[in-house]
Design a binder for this molecule. Structure first.
Ligand SMILES: Nc1ncnc2c1ncn2[C@@H]1O[C@H](COP(=O)(O)OP(=O)(O)OP(=O)(O)O)[C@@H](O)[C@H]1O
Length: 256
């Protein structure tokens, strides 16, 4: 039975500024106490407690930097919590960063196999799916060409075709609705709808409230790493929209 349980979860990142330091700066720093600021800590999530049960379609909304991706990646197991505990039951399918991690020197076909194995397929389970993935990508003869020769749109199509060929219990989505050109997007939307319909639990991030309304019955509004509001989709979206309609314009880096 798929389930997500987060108990007082926190994530703190440590950032080290990576600018080059000249010999002169090293000398100055060695004489000046406090001149080297050292690593900075960012608390991306603070005491998040959540329970998501089978059948729920959950949207995550919030401004840029509110902690949505950190929370989704924590659910996916990409990040471990700095504090608190994370329990996810059921197989997980992640639709984010889908275009990363291809082998550039390998062909499209070879990459279908490599990526599918990473997604938990075996040669036996991949065999009946392979042709569907290949034809969904619409890459034709390019499937026998190394991926390094693909256009960005071709990489996206291949990535989308592979990433959506899974049937996970828990489906985690971060804004992948805009894959490829207009024709491909129509197909991609239908494929997403089918996946969302089949998954036990869906958690998705989107800045597009219509997308969230269309797919989700529950919405979590994150603000500054905390759950600001958690409730029925239409209620939380209305509050969110009204809040930002009445607020003075945010600084550029903060704007949603
Ligand atoms: N890998 C990382 N290393 C250091 N800090 C990070 C990292 N990822 C995110 N952060 C920081 O954590 C905070 C939350 O970021 P996160 O990406 O989770 O927010 P978000 O709500 O998904 O934002 P957006 O809507 O812009 O995608 C931000 O302050 C961000 O700078």
């Amino acid at each position: 039975m798929p389930r997500i349980v987060l108990d007082e979860v926190g994530i703190t990142y440590t950032i080290r500024f990576a600018h080059r330091v000249s010999f002169k700066e090293v000398l100055v720093r060695s004489f000046k106490r406090g001149a080297n600021p050292g690593p900075t800590r960012v608390e991306a999530l603070k005491g998040v407690t959540l329970n998501i049960e089978k059948g729920e379609r959950v949207g995550m909304i919030g401004r840029n930097g509110a902690g949505k991706s950190s929370l989704l990646k924590l659910m996916a197991g990409v990040y471990t919590p700095t504090t608190g505990t994370r329990t996810v039951e059921g197989s997980i399918g992640s639709l984010f960063d889908i275009s990363l991690g291809f082998e550039p020197d390998a062909t499209g076909r070879e990459n279908i196999a490599y990526r599918s194995y990473l997604q938990g397929e075996t040669p036996k389970t991949l065999k009946p799916k392979f042709n569907d993935i290949a034809s969904f990508s619409e890459l034709g003869e390019f499937l026998d060409v190394p991926v390094r020769n693909y256009s960005a749109g071709m990489v996206t199509r291949l990535a989308f075709a592979i990433s959506t060929a899974i049937e996970p219990d828990v489906l985690l989505i971060d804004e992948v609705f805009s894959a490829g050109d207009a024709g491909f997007q129509r197909k991609a939307h239908q494929r997403m709808r089918d996946m969302i319909g089949q998954a036990g639990i869906v958690v998705m991030i989107s800045h597009d409230m219509n997308t969230i309304k269309q797919f989700c019955d529950r919405v979590i509004w994150l603000s500054d790493g905390r759950v600001h509001r958690d409730g029925p989709a239409h209620e939380v979206i209305d509050e969110f929209t009204e809040y930002f309609a009445n607020e003075p314009p945010a600084p550029a880096a903060e704007a949603a």
